[in-house]
Design a protein around this ligand. Structure first.
Ligand SMILES: [Zn+2]
Length: 312
């Protein structure tokens, strides 16, 4: 250690004090601590919150959102969170509840002031009618939970999120509303532009098979018809009998594309694609939020990849 550091000359003091200030905790008013279960939701929160929020995503983008590993290191951000954003419709039911209990934070429990369920504000598809039993597979009783694949649904989430953040942090409410309005315009533009492109494809080009029933909202947006799933029922792995039936449907209706997210098994899909002289189209599951990707870029990427595969 040098002598000057032990006893700094008076003229250095302002610089040293500034250093201490920069190293110290952020001013309390600056940040709402937000935790989102999924990277897509984290990206939406960051778009609305800007520099008024600090956002953590619990699930990585390349993991099946039904089955996230509830690692203990996810407990601390939940313990400190002012706001927890969940997808809802039981998508996280297999892994989030024990983490919420372990977090010991009343704000983020269901019904708490800092609990935001995105599914409460979307237009739900595939809401089952009649009785649900286990033989139907992993069916979500409130409807299909994979609505973040449609930017029109994201617009609803963004508007509600801005209102919720504004209630938790009234001093910045105008900023949340302003950012949400600007982001909403960009979501609407993306939704309209890609829907128009897909609309120019033929009906045959817009027929596909998917692995899991997770792309329903994407196809609702882009007017793509999913004729069948490789899974016989949601969450149930392919069986030879069902695969044979999917193959005959693909042949009968001239379907040559099997579309799925990167985290689902590919073997059966590849076999089916080979037998109809088609191709498997692999889409990224969620926004690469931790790498700085935004939701708009992610959704545009998905639409571009799908369009290129269907237009061939
Ligand atoms: Zn699902």
């Amino acid at each position: 250690m040098t002598r000057s550091m032990r006893c700094p000359p008076a003229r250095w003091l302002p610089a040293l004090m500034l250093g201490v200030y920069l190293l110290g905790p952020a001013p309390a008013a600056a940040e709402l601590r937000v935790v989102a279960t999924l990277p897509d939701l984290a990206a939406l929160a960051a778009a609305v919150g800007g520099d008024d929020v600090e956002v953590t995503a619990l699930a990585p983008p390349n993991q099946d959102p039904h089955y996230v590993d509830p690692r203990p290191n996810l407990i601390l951000p939940l313990n400190r969170a002012d706001l927890l954003i969940v997808n809802g419709l039981e998508l996280e039911v297999g892994w989030l509840p024990p983490l919420q209990v372990a977090a010991r934070n009343g704000r983020i429990q269901a019904g708490g002031s800092g609990y935001f369920d995105a599914s409460a504000v979307v237009r739900r598809l595939e809401v089952p009618t009649g009785k649900i039993d286990r033989a139907m597979g992993d069916v979500h009783p409130g409807g299909n939970p994979h609505f973040l694949y449609d930017p029109r649904q994201a617009r609803r989430v963004v508007a509600a999120l801005a209102a919720h953040m504004g209630r938790l942090d009234p001093g910045n409410a105008a900023d949340y509303a302003r950012r949400a309005a600007a982001f909403d315009a960009r979501l609407a533009a993306l939704a309209g532009r890609q829907a128009a492109r897909f609309g120019a494809l033929s009906a045959a080009q817009r027929r596909v098979v998917t692995y899991h029933a997770s792309l329903t909202y994407l196809f609702d947006w882009l007017d793509v018809e999913a004729v069948q799933t490789v899974e016989p029922r949601p969450g149930i792995p392919p069986t030879p009998a069902h695969t044979a039936q999917v193959l005959s449907t693909m042949k009968a209706r001239d379907v040559r594309r099997v579309v799925q997210e990167s985290f689902y098994p590919r073997k059966t899909s590849e076999t089916l694609a080979r037998l109809v002289d088609g191709a498997v189209v692999v889409l990224p599951g969620s926004t690469r939020f931790d790498e700085g990707e935004g939701y708009l870029t992610h959704m545009n990427d998905i639409a571009e990849r799908l369009y290129d595969a269907l237009a061939k």
